[in-house]
Write a protein that binds this ligand. Sequence first.
Ligand code: ADP
Length: 397
Amino acid sequence: MKILVMNCGSSSLKYQLIDMTGESVLAKGLCERIGIEGSVLKHAPAGKAEFVCQRPMKDHTDAVTLVLDALTDASHGVVKSAGEIIAVGHRVVHGGEFFSASVLINSEVKAAVKECCALAPLHNPANLIGIDACEKLIAGKPQAAVFDTAFHQTMPPKAYLYAIPYELYEKYKIRKYGFHGTSHMYVSRQAAKMLDRPVEELKTVTCHLGNGASICAVDGGKSADTSMGFTPLQGLAMGTRSGDIDPAVVSFLIEKEGMTAKEVENLLNKKSGMAGLSGVGSDFRDLDAAVEKGDERAKAALDLFYYRVAQYVGAYAAAMNGLDAIVFTAGIGENSAIVRESVCQYLGFLGVAVDSAANKQRGKAADISKEGAAVRVLVVPTNEELVIARDTLGLIE
Ligand code: ADP
């Protein structure tokens, strides 16, 4: 029962082959610079040395071919033939209002994913190319689409509508969609297990803090609100994204700097956030090191980051009229004790209290709250690939 999980970007492809009997990862890897000079495959089979292959990949079909070669190779492979793969699960970024759950891919599904390309012009076309490549090379095997947006389709209109003319929602579907849904769903369910309580009874705020970062109010197991919006640019300040700003800044920059709308969008997505504010970069380890050396701008950037996360947690506690648990996940949330502690320092009034000793550990599931604290604070490593594989298996069974 081996399922191949695929995550295709415009010039990259990440994959994992998971054996669903025991849910163990047999191999994982990454193709980079697809269609660009210097393409490379990095393949990590479980228990064996990493295999790196520099070979031109002109498109995703070439990349999938190389991945299948690596998976079935006599020395660094993990299966005898591609025939052992029973299904493929694809991460698809945008499912618009079409999908509130994972689905098996057929021509209607592909048409709907294509329609959502306008909403995710960088991601959905790449996802479709990956699906086509797998249909060609792993022919006859079921393929599933698992959407970043699906979990958030339970948000009520008051959470997902923007206060702009309603006709624009009708015409272009301009609204909040939210992203990282697979992660928010997974960690909120894991948290319920750790607390030994039914997810239906819990009010949880999940903080997915990675290069991209978003927060979700999970009320009774369902997304009630989330910080990313029409695109991943809304919400928290992130590694290179501005997060929430006054939209009038856009026209101000266009006028004063002579920039095009696209250039401003690029500035807000790629040159802002922690990198833009600090001038140091977007990696929190570098920012922490800079603060240690007395860098005031890095400190100001991190202070803003903590403050924004705490503000969202407070807002979502109000949105749900209660809070049982806060969950930290993804690269920063799982690893950075400073981030968790600094965010939680704002939240004592809600009954949040972090145990400094428990908070020291990294990358493992843990309850880091002080004994008796009214709100539990948990660290839960996310696992989006496993959710994709489980959903795929569920759909074919
Ligand atoms: P992505 O959004 O690319 O999936 P990740 O969830 O992998 O991102 O998070 C990557 C980020 O996690 C890095 O840019 C870095 O800022 C942060 N990170 C990783 N390890 C640590 C650590 N030990 N301390 C603080 N931050 C860390």
